[in-house]
Design a protein. Structure first.
Length: 183
């Protein structure tokens, strides 16, 4: 029977245990060091992630929710035209998820799927959202009833403050939707 080689020093040795891979305790310790280092690093990363999560503010949760929502809008509207000018949207990095109403002033419409649509960068940034054409695009895409319901929601100031749990739910929901659409 051929003698096994030590995984550390590569010398042949006689096994004293059936699963033995090292010739001595010192070689076994040397083999275990990288494994132990990985375990320690993993625990440190988990601890750091937990600390980072505990230090998040409501603004951080809102940013996460907005990121996933807007990413989903971009994926959803890929291959369609800009809601304002009709330019074909071909790459999610080359257009925005434009809001019909300013997102900071109308939190009740921040995550409304009809109020946020794929919009070319020129219309969104350089034409301040191109609101007049955006309204026409809403009517063409969804119908006049949706436009009226969005206007009614914009006038409703009762839903002004959204909480942490709401933002977490929104982020998780749209993250899941993005993963499904990207498959």
């Amino acid at each position: 029977m051929k003698q096994p080689k030590c995984k550390n020093c590569k010398q042949q040795f006689t096994k004293t245990q059936p699963l033995q891979v090292a010739c001595s305790y010192s070689c076994a310790i040397e083999l275990a060091k990288p494994i132990a280092k990985k375990v320690i690093e993993k625990k440190e990363r988990e601890k750091k992630a937990k600390l980072k999560q505990s230090l998040k503010t409501i603004t951080d949760y809102r940013k996460d929710a907005r990121y996933w929502f807007q990413r989903w809008i971009r994926i959803r509207d890929l291959g369609t035209g800009c809601i304002s000018c009709g330019v074909l949207l071909t790459d999610i990095r080359d257009y925005h998820a434009g809001h019909m109403y300013q997102a900071n002033n109308y939190p009740q419409l921040l995550f409304n799927e009809h109020a946020v649509n794929g919009q070319c960068i020129f219309c969104n940034k350089h034409k301040s959202g191109n609101e007049h054409e955006y309204r026409k695009g809403i009517v063409n895409r969804y119908g006049i009833e949706v436009l009226f319901s969005l206007e009614k929601l914009a006038d409703d100031k009762t839903l002004r403050t959204l909480n942490k749990d709401y933002y977490i739910d929104v982020a998780n929901d749209y993250k899941k939707r993005c993963k499904e659409l990207e498959k």
